[in-house]
Write a protein that binds this ligand. Sequence first.
Ligand SMILES: *Cc1c(COP(=O)(O)O)cnc(C)c1O
Length: 375
Amino acid sequence: MFTLTNLLRPHILTLTPYSSARDEYTGTEGVFLDANENPFGSTTAQGHYNRYPDPHQWAIKQRLAPIKGVRPEQIFLGNGSDEPIDLLVRATCVPGKDAILIMPPTYGMYEVSAAINDVQLIKVPLTPDFQVDVEAVLAAITPATKLIWLCSPNNPSGNLLQAEAIHTILKVATHSLVIVDEAYIDFANSPSWTSELANYPNLVVLQTFSKAWGLAALRLGMCFASEELIGVLNKIKPPYNISAPTQALALEALAHESEKNEMVAAILHERQALAETLTSLPSVQVIHPSDANFLLVQFADAKAVFEYLIAQQVIVRDRSKVKLCDGCLRISVGTADENERLVTVLRQMHDSPLPPNLPLGTGDEATKPELVSNG
Ligand SMILES: *Cc1c(COP(=O)(O)O)cnc(C)c1O
């Protein structure tokens, strides 16, 4: 049986959180002399930012809850997904003792967050078709394994993970939190795992405003889980972790959900068109099936293609040295014009392979060690 309190670090259970001025008086009318704010206003030309924002972002959560089919109390909002990723590690893993389990190739932040917190990393690679090796995962779980990270659709491979595999892990790993990172779920033809929260107390779902919603610059990540776990994340987060402008703009975005859906439809259309065009290019060997807004593409000489593209100021992500991604570049789906430019440069490379005007210093980029594989 899953018991959250067994999973949390003991001192987190007894921790008294910081109680902010906005926690202690929640009314909106009155003379506010409780938070040492500037009473006159801000030095900005537009807008007033002199008052602290709602520490619990209720307006956003009230709007988001019906869209996501959860209760507002089941939502945590973070400074990007990066914040809940880090808070989940800090809430559960004792440094130098506990572990997290990841399935490479996958998003780099899980590993970085474990490293920052001195938490052991258990790696169970995905199968060559980028699916979960369920038996190997179950065999690798130890009593110290507090978090199991799944990314679906997965970055950098782009595919959804099989639902059966996730169900099995959720059922068996009852002494761990099982986190499904759905940063790309809007691009997939599949329901969110949020619909399973009622069935699995150990399930955590991450989503973000950075991709489909087009708000990467705002830094706003969503975490959905049991009310009990969300309560713990609220206890350990920085009190005012989401700024007032971010809250206001996120509310505005949520009122225009249909525009998000239109952009998603356009990206899916472009993804299909780009995949078809790339198939016809001789340098392209494999286009991995994508349920996301990018394509993982294997080239005969990925490093040469990457550098040629850079020299023409078309920037893609070199994943050619990543496990199971030999020779692959990760290409975000752009606008029709951007994709056309990419294809034009690839065709040009085929016709005249020497990169003209290679800017100084770009040649080594692909081989530099990288800590994070972001975005
Ligand atoms: C892009 C991405 C995110 C989003 O991160 P933010 O911090 O919310 O911008 C999360 N997970 C994965 C797998 C991603 O690719």
